[in-house]
Design a protein around this ligand. Structure first.
Ligand SMILES: Nc1ncnc2c1ncn2[C@@H]1O[C@H](COP(=O)(O)OP(=O)(O)OP(=O)(O)O)[C@@H](O)[C@H]1O
Length: 539
């Protein structure tokens, strides 16, 4: 962050354009491997923040052969800069520096490797990720994200980021023999401030809800299991048929809605036969990692004068412009550490993308620009948007869910063995309280110095009758009334289990304990969670 993300305005004739490559592609070594892309693009010494790539498309046929072609936008993939020159001037220009810049000869594979693959790999590790295309109408957002070429004889060929991401996910899952995968997909559009399910168009105006953990989700949206790239391509095509598009002067196939594909990857450790029967299986249970990938094709901003939109088309454009303005405001607010209120609720788009704008998500933003002279104002505005976005931090945490079934079984076994010993008579938890819904959640992000940041999650008991337990905002405030021997057992069993988890995931840990637990078992879980504090404090 800091200097490199600030546009530099230069009006001095000492600055020359020598060395600036016009719309060229990065050297092959930059794109050589996924690993390379990751180390250059997403893992620098900065704290986590939104990463921004600019992609300049080539001139289209209709744009060729007139004044429009006068070069005003210069990209330099080597230096990751875009320079925009004022028409007719050689001395008045603005230079912007981004995380990566790709010119008109960059292929779809190049764009995927630089701007998408690192996020997809993070999703496969259990993080949330967002890949979002932004830019004026006709700049190439849909081409970058959704392009699929259908070849009658050989079947479909993947081109854009969405099918490539799906291909990457299925290939990764097929090669990973130590995990079981469950992959599902949803596809929605935000059209004129209503959310529509593109895979089930009968349902209209879906509602955005906030989960108990503060996460945002769409209530009632279809989540369809996908087992292959072909499944994904079929659903994409089905959704695209239902998406709102129209002819405008600026784009023959202009999107009139924001479209979002959500791919959810759940992965679970496969237990070997030995460990399945092992008495100490708590140590081998790794739970479920859940990564959500949001692929966002924003509708393009358009000036009504230029697009010639009227009637419904004009109303659609105004609705799109309004939500993009709201997005801009949220980005500006997030980029400014002194601003405390972020107006996420100003539009459906920003409410839905709340986590992608500085929340529990790793975000890659692609700024699509057109090279034409006519669009210079729109290009400048998109580039400035990208620069602001680079200042937005993020705090993605590993979405680790303790496998409820395993946890529940272990806890019940513990409880049954207690019953056998007849020690329940001493328990301070009443018999009538044994069946409660317990939903204890502890999000435990650890900062770069290894300190535990303050816990903000509430401990909630949905239908608790546990009079013995008192719960506060912070786990330190939790006091659970259980017997000495129960605590010892928790220390011996769960402490070891959770510490194993923590050591595997040194940076951040999220542990969820929930399900229809026995009351006394829930108490143990809380107690065991509180041991995590001790672990980090000692470190
Ligand atoms: N990198 C590229 N190479 C070749 N053609 C491109 C490229 N980018 C875009 N195009 C072409 O430009 C046209 C407009 O692109 P696209 O529809 O993706 O724009 P968009 O930004 O999604 O527009 P809107 O916001 O109006 O939906 C399409 O015909 C597309 O095929």
């Amino acid at each position: 962050m800091g200097d490199h993300s600030t546009p530099r305005h230069c009006a001095s004739n000492r600055c020359k354009f020598h060395g600036i490559l016009s719309l060229d592609k990065p050297p092959p070594d930059m794109l050589s491997s996924a690993h390379h892309a990751k180390s250059h693009f997403l893992q620098d010494s900065d704290s986590e923040r939104v990463r921004v790539t600019v992609r300049a498309r080539p001139f289209m046929k209709v744009e060729e052969g007139h004044e429009n072609e006068i070069p005003v936008v210069f990209v330099n993939p080597v230096k990751s800069t875009v320079t925009v020159r004022r028409k007719g001037s050689f001395v008045d220009y603005t230079e912007f520096k981004f995380d990566a810049v790709l010119g008109d000869s960059a292929t779809q594979a190049d764009v995927y490797q630089v701007a998408a693959q690192p996020i997809v790999l993070d999703v496969l590790e259990g993080y949330n990720g967002t890949i979002m295309a932004y830019g004026q109408t006709g700049a190439g957002k849909t081409y970058t994200l959704s392009d699929v070429v259908i070849n009658e004889t050989n079947g479909s060929r993947v081109e854009g980021i969405i099918p490539r991401s799906a291909a990457n996910i299925f290939e990764y899952a097929a090669n990973d023999k130590s995990h079981e995968y469950h992959i599902s997909m949803s596809y929605i559009q935000i059209y004129m401030e209503t959310i529509q399910d593109l895979l089930n168009p009968e349902t209209s105006n879906l509602q955005i809800r906030e989960g108990e953990d503060g996460g945002i989700f769409i209530a009632g949206v279809h989540e369809i299991e996908v087992r292959s790239l072909e499944d994904v391509v079929t659903l994409l095509m089905l959704g695209d048929c239902n998406r709102q598009c129209a002819f405008t002067k600026l784009n023959a196939h202009s999107s009139r809605s924001h479209a979002i594909v959500i791919i959810t990857v759940e992965k679970k450790t496969v237990h070997s036969l030995d460990t399945r029967n092992c008495a100490d299986r708590r140590r081998t249970s790794k739970g479920i990692l859940v990564g959500k990938l949001f692929l966002v094709d924003l509708a393009g901003s358009e000036r009504l004068k230029k697009s010639g939109s009227e009637g419904l088309r004009a109303t659609e454009a105004m609705s799109v412009n309004m939500s993009l303005t709201a997005l801009g405001k949220c980005i500006s607010a997030r980029a400014d550490p002194t601003v405390t209120h972020v107006p996420f609720r100003d539009s459906k788009l920003t409410r839905l993308l709340q986590e992608s704008l500085g929340g529990n998500t790793k975000t890659s933003l692609i700024i699509n620009i057109a090279p034409c002279c006519d669009y210079i104002q729109e290009t400048l505005s998109s580039l400035k948007f990208g620069i602001r976005a680079m200042k937005v931090g993020s705090r993605a945490i590993l979405n680790f869910e303790e496998e409820f079934r395993v946890l529940n079984r272990n806890l019940q076994e513990d409880s049954q063995s207690k019953d056998k010993q007849g020690s329940d008579t001493n328990s301070q938890i009443q018999k009538g309280d044994s069946e409660v819904w317990a939903d204890a959640k502890c999000a435990n992000p650890v900062d770069q110095k290894g300190r535990v940041s303050e816990r903000k999650e509430k401990i909630k008991f949905r239908k608790t009758s546990m009079k013995e337990a008192e719960f506060g905002q912070d786990l330190k405030d939790v006091s659970v009334n259980c017997r000495e021997e129960e605590i010892r057992e928790v220390q011996n069993g769960y402490k070891k289990h959770f510490l194993d988890e923590l050591q595997n995931e040194k940076r951040k840990v999220e542990i969820v304990a929930g399900s229809q637990l026995m009351a006394n078992s829930a108490a143990k879980v809380l107690k065991s969670l509180s041991l995590i504090d001790e672990f980090f404090t000692k470190k």
